[in-house]
Design a protein. Structure first.
Length: 523
């Protein structure tokens, strides 16, 4: 479900360096270990490939894990590249996703991406120099490689056949089923030895004529999912197979508007999976992945208009897909859900949906739609500047996120999310002809703890950071980001944490500005 816009703006370059450093008399005690950019935590979102056991996902060490991720779209559009790269570097984007405590990236693409002539565009190559001249598939490689370096897992989502619009079925005249399956086999082989790519979401949002269990091979999505899923597993038996639902369920494969049709969102109806489960040739690889949306997408769904709202929501979710988790049939991963939060019912919907999905590693997984702000009916976690965070939306999700270090969020709060109150101070500690050392102090001036933080500021004098400590420090253009490490991820009320940077300057070394914490302006 995409409505996109594009622009290109040249600005800045990308520098990403780290150092394991012990500096007496500056900001950390001698011998303190420092986070290394690109180094995966020992608890990085579950070791190796993942598999299933009943409703639970397990990692390669049989430890329980849960997908708590986000969608970043664009590879399925005529840009043939993730959106926003006209504004920022892709590494900076992924670092921010990690810093906000998501553990998985759902990455939509179109079959057309792999056609000759599908040239990536709307990319600022000053900010993304290593993407210059690459194909869309090679850009996908770069995103996956860096995601793996910083510990994120990736689910590939075949979003549509061509870049123009969503298709009701998994094939079209231009992109037949044979092409769909051969693309998946190619991707499964390409990432066969890369456990960053944990799964394949076979096709996005089957709807209209798609049926489940009707036996018609031209439109029975359950049978098609088996064909594609088994083709993938024949190449890479370690991948999870994510299977979405259809739109309408009923006797004989009825569709919307026909007698007996019980309809939900596109891809959101998995009622048929109880009697007609997807059968894969490799055990413990199946994950069901419905979608659910708010009134901002379509306001006239009966569960929204009923006078019993919001009591209608949980029974509706249970009937369509929640029973799979409740009855220990298979894991459920809500692949898309999103809202503008402009209406009170949307706010209630999102709060209750997150509670329904549950907390900790035993809850149902999810990937929020979307990272991008340019999804027309939902907006995104990023604001329209493609940099700052919609802290209101993020506050609904944060308690349920299980970040790369494996520490679950605190769970739901009985009080509404509160805005951040913060202060960031930049202090020049030492300076010489071409270099400097500085301290960045982050103070929580609010009444609630800040759990998981990224502090940002922008230089105005061409300064370039070369080293950092007490945080994962990166630079994209003139903007420097410092993201917490494991031991300082929580800032209690009135508490101050600090991190240090070392860099170079060209003679003038003016102080930076535009200080933000988790995307919110700080004094």
């Amino acid at each position: 479900m995409n409505w996109e816009r594009s622009q290109t703006t040249p600005d800045g370059g990308t520098v990403k360096t780290t150092l394991r450093l012990a500096v007496a008399g500056l900001f950390l005690a001698a011998g303190t270990a420092v986070a290394i950019t690109g180094q995966t935590s020992a608890h990085a979102a579950g070791a190796g490939y993942w598999h299933t056991s009943g409703r639970q996902l397990l990692d390669a060490n049989n430890q329980p894990v849960r997908v708590t991720g986000i969608n970043w779209f664009g590879l399925e559009t005529a840009n043939h590249s993730p959106h926003g790269l006209w504004s920022r570097g892709y590494r900076d984007m992924l670092d921010q996703i990690r810093g906000l405590r998501y553990n998985t990236l759902r990455l939509p693409f179109a079959s057309q991406l792999f056609d000759a002539g599908s040239t990536p565009n709307s990319i600022d190559y000053v900010k993304n120099p290593d993407l210059q001249g690459l194909s869309g598939l090679q850009i996908m490689d770069r995103l996956i490689a860096y995601a793996g370096q910083i510990g994120l897992k990736v689910i590939l989502d075949r979003h549509r056949p061509d870049s123009g619009s969503q298709s009701a079925l998994w094939y079209t005249a231009q992109y037949p089923e044979s092409r769909w399956i051969s693309d998946w086999r190619m991707l499964a082989q390409r990432y066969a030895n890369n456990p960053t790519v944990i799964g394949a979401d076979l096709h996005n949002e089957p709807h209209d004529t798609a049926c489940w269990g009707c036996g018609d091979t031209a439109r029975d999505w359950r049978l098609a999912a088996e064909r594609a899923g088994n083709a993938i597993l024949a190449v890479n038996p370690n991948m999870l197979i994510f299977v979405e639902g259809i739109e309408c369920w009923g006797p004989g494969g009825v569709t919307e508007g026909q007698p007996g049709a019980d309809c939900n969102w596109w891809g959101g109806n998995l009622q048929g999976a109880r009697d007609y489960p997807v059968r894969l040739n490799v055990a413990n690889r199946l994950v069901y992945s419905p979608h659910d949306y708010a009134m901002s997408v379509y306001p006239n769904q009966p569960w929204f208009t009923s006078p019993d709202f919001p009591a209608t929501l949980a029974p509706h979710w249970t009937k369509n897909w929640g029973y799979l988790h409740r009855d220990n049939i298979a894991p459920v991963m809500l692949g898309e859900f999103g809202t503008t939060l402009q209406q009170a019912k949307d706010q209630t919907w999102l709060r209750l949906l997150m509670e329904y999905l549950g907390t900790g590693t035993g809850g149902m997984g999810f990937t929020y739609w979307s990272w991008n702000p340019n999804s027309g009916d939902t907006g995104g976690i990023l604001n329209d500047d493609w940099t700052t965070v919609n802290t209101t939306k993020q506050a609904y999700l944060s308690p349920y996120l299980i970040p790369i270090d494996g520490t679950p969020g605190p769970g739901p709060s009985s009080s509404p999310p509160q805005p951040l109150s913060c202060r960031i101070e930049y202090r020049l500690v030492d300076q010489w002809a071409t270099g400097f050392v500085a301290e960045v102090r982050v103070t929580n001036t609010g009444t609630a703890a800040v759990t998981g933080w990224t502090a940002r500021y922008t230089y105005s004098g061409g300064q370039q950071v070369s080293n950092g400590w007490n945080a994962t420090v990166t630079q994209s253009g003139a903007t420097v980001s410092g993201t917490n490490v494991d031991w300082n991820r929580t800032i209690a009320p009135s508490q101050t944490v600090s991190f240090g940077v070392q860099g170079t300057h060209g003679g003038a070394n003016p102080p930076p500005g535009a200080f933000t914490l988790n995307g919110q302006a700080c004094g």
